[in-house]
Design a protein around this ligand. Structure first.
Ligand SMILES: C[S@@+](CC[C@H](N)C(=O)[O-])C[C@H]1O[C@@H](n2cnc3c(N)ncnc32)[C@H](O)[C@@H]1O
Length: 272
């Protein structure tokens, strides 16, 4: 069980920009990918939270996700965490017996008997330095229960185009990166380059030859050129065929229709 609430929140206050429904598509992905985790009984914990870390100036994203995720688990405990005290005060009137808001940082403020099954941290690390990412992930991982998932990413202001690191807490206690996710609702067209401005902080400065994200994006661009005939059937079909072409080239991708149809491309990283 985690120790009592830590005293000093780790991290820094950043801009609080958010918007209603900004993370709706991320929630759609979570419900597709991790509904079992949201439902899973955790009898050893008094509360096993979904945590929305860094919800911003207003708690739209926390409250919206609470509503969406409670469709699969009506008893789900939800915790919004903010490092900026005023933003906690603004959210507190929306708290109830299953919805909590607390001042905190990457070292999520938990009470005895509480744990975290799922954590989302969106548009938080983009305002940090790249050198702070690995340590921030490691600290976030400390509060997670074994099997718990962290979805840490970046979106455009409307949540139309976004990417996320998927990090899984192992039973050994380690945090393992299990994939890099790309999401689009096709409103901004499609070609792989649209994801570059919203790559997670650990990739966005690495779009240079020799880096694995660069090779991946170049291969995806080439695959999309090969699949361009499918553009005639719409952007979604083009996206789907570009992913299939990329998979044929050997990249480990989630190619089920249930993912691709929704505009989700998941690049799966092998276990070490
Ligand atoms: C741009 S807002 C993102 C809001 C929301 N997640 C979204 O995507 O719309 C980033 C928020 O993260 C908060 N933040 C930054 N570092 C944090 C940390 N280490 N722990 C908790 N909150 C943090 C900032 O204070 C800010 O309000």
């Amino acid at each position: 069980m985690p120790s009592p609430r830590p005293k000093r929140p780790l991290g820094q206050v950043t801009r609080g920009k958010t918007a209603p429904n900004r993370l709706r598509r991320v929630d759609v992905f979570v419900l597709l990918y991790a509904a079992d985790l949201l439902r899973q009984p955790v009898p050893e914990a008094r509360r096993a939270f979904f945590v929305d870390l860094g919800y911003g100036a207003e708690a739209f994203t926390t409250l919206e996700s609470a509503e969406r995720f409670r469709v699969v688990n009506s008893d789900l405990d939800v915790l919004g965490v903010e490092i900026e005290p005023e933003r906690v005060a603004v959210a507190l009137p929306y708290a109830d017996e299953r919805t909590f808001f607390r001042l905190g940082g990457f070292n999520v403020p938990l009470e005895p008997g509480e744990t975290v099954r799922l954590m989302r941290a969106f548009n938080v690390l983009r305002q940090y330095d790249e050198s702070q990412v690995a340590e921030s992930h490691a600290v976030m991982g400390q509060c997670m229960m074994p099997g718990g998932l962290i979805v840490e990413g970046t979106s455009d202001p409307f949540g139309r185009v976004w990417t996320a690191n998927l990090l899984r807490k192992q039973h050994s206690g380690e945090l393992r990166t299990e994939g890099l996710l790309f999401g689009t609702n096709f409103r901004w067209g499609f070609e792989p380059g649209i994801f570059q401005p919203v790559l997670p902080k650990n990739y966005i400065h690495r779009m240079v030859e020799g880096e694995k994200i660069y090779d991946f994006m170049e291969a995806w661009k080439a695959a999309s050129r090969q699949a361009v005939a499918f553009k005639a059937f719409g952007l979604r079909q083009w996206f789907i065929e570009s992913a299939r072409e990329l998979a044929r080239q050997g990249y480990s991708l989630e190619t089920r229709r249930s993912f691709l149809d929704k505009g989700f491309l998941l690049w799966k990283f092998p276990a070490p």
